[in-house]
Design a protein around this ligand. Structure first.
Ligand code: PMP
Length: 387
């Protein structure tokens, strides 16, 4: 428990909930795009169905029909599997927790991108890992540096990666690097934890194969989620993994919460039967592509030219790089929130080992276009007048 601390940014982001503040902080999908009418229909139907199965306990691995449907989605994405290879989780976040509990003893090393997803660091913390980090560039994790990192860290147990439209940077791991990562994991006998909540929110460029689809040795645990493509409130994610790994995660599932909510699994399942998830995702991709462009365009027009922003091919975030010496946490606390009335996530919190101050993560999915414009303009005014 001593390892589990409140996140330093929680307090700042709580301020972002103030409606007078434009928040680019949370990784929230656009709530106006939630399929509310369709979900209302499926919830009504499952609750009224004779026998009350949707209100009953369910198998801890997940409703069989939903596991089949998820397996079909994974097969369509190039991963050979059946329902038995799928464990339904309470969000992919639960998979991060289980993977660390299953694989990492205190002092074992987790290899991550630098920066990486803060929620993963929070989930891993109770397992008391040590970290070895690999920088990212425009093509994702620098796998040319990974070999050296692994050679220097014999206690490495797993590589955690967000290959598609990474949180926080928005960058995507190239195909060559995907292959190199798998080859290195094979050579060093490591588990790869592949976390893909943004994978299907692609605006441009070519879909790349998942690490799982490149894995011939059963060492990739693939995590998927309905949070960004359906609604996060359902709290439905899943793991796809080799039988021995999946069985052990299944034991942790029983211990943690017995099962994911039957109601939510049944609703997701009926939604998939009744409606076209891919058509819904196509709408999300189109809408978020416009928002991404609006934010990048506003950044080009309003922010000082020396601030670099990633131009992601998908996902929910862009990542700003300020000049060395700029402290984005202090800027947020002293200027952006109180004066510009704009929130973002200062980058320091995403670095597992050595926080770096001159970065910020901006979400472009949650706010309407006019607030994206107004918020970036306000940030620009604040940055142009900074001392
Ligand atoms: N992994 C990454 C990279 C994320 O950004 C998130 C949520 N923002 C999660 C996992 C957790 O998602 P969920 O539990 O809602 O599936």
């Amino acid at each position: 428990m001593a390892q589990v601390r409140p996140s330093a940014i929680g307090e700042l982001l709580a301020l972002g909930a103030d409606p007078s503040i434009i928040s680019f902080g949370g990784g929230y999908p656009d709530a106006t795009l939630f399929p509310a009418d369709q979900l209302a229909k499926v919830f009504d139907e499952i609750i009224r169905a004779p026998g009350g199965a949707a209100m009953q306990y369910a198998p801890s691995d997940g409703l069989p029909r939903l596991r089949e449907q998820i397996a079909a989605l994974m097969v369509a994405d190039g991963m050979a599997c059946t329902a038995g290879d799928v464990l339904v989780l309470q969000g992919s976040q639960q998979g991060l927790d289980f993977a660390a509990r299953m694989l990492v003893d205190p002092g074992d090393v987790i290899v991550t991108e630098d920066p990486t997803f803060l929620g993963a660091l929070i989930a891993f913390a109770p397992s008391q890992p040590a970290y070895a980090v690999v920088p990212v560039d425009a093509h994702g994790m620098r796998t040319d540096l990974l070999a050296g990192v692994l050679a220097a860290n014999p206690k490495a147990r797993m590589i955690y990666t967000v290959p598609d439209f990474q949180n926080p940077t928005g960058v995507t791991l190239s195909l060559a690097r995907r292959k190199e990562l798998i080859a290195l994991a094979n050579r060093h006998d490591l588990i790869v934890l592949e976390d893909t909540p943004y994978r299907h929110i692609r605006f441009s460029g070519q879909n790349l194969p998942t690490l799982k689809s490149l894995d011939t040795e059963g060492r990739v645990i693939h995590l998927g989620s309905f949070s960004k493509v359906l609604v996060p409130g359902l709290r439905i994610g899943w793991a796809l993994a080799a039988p021995d790994l999946l069985a052990r995660m299944g034991l942790l599932k029983v211990a943690a919460d017995t099962q994911t909510s039957t109601l939510n699994m049944a609703a997701a399942s009926l939604f998939l039967d009744r409606y076209d998830l891919w058509a819904h995702i196509a709408r999300l991709r189109a809408a978020y592509a416009v928002k991404k462009e609006a934010m990048l365009d506003a950044i080009r027009r309003h922010l000082p030219q020396d601030i670099a922003a990633t131009d992601p091919e998908g996902g929910l975030f862009t990542w700003l790089t300020f000049d060395e010496g700029f402290d984005a946490t202090a800027f947020m606390r002293d200027v952006a929130l109180p004066k510009a009335r704009v929130a973002f996530v200062p980058g320091a919190t995403f670095f597992p080992l050595t926080p770096r101050a001159n970065f910020a993560r901006l979400n472009f999915s949650a706010q309407p276009i006019e607030k994206i414009e107004a918020g970036i303009a306000a940030l620009g005014r604040a940055l142009h007048t900074r001392p």
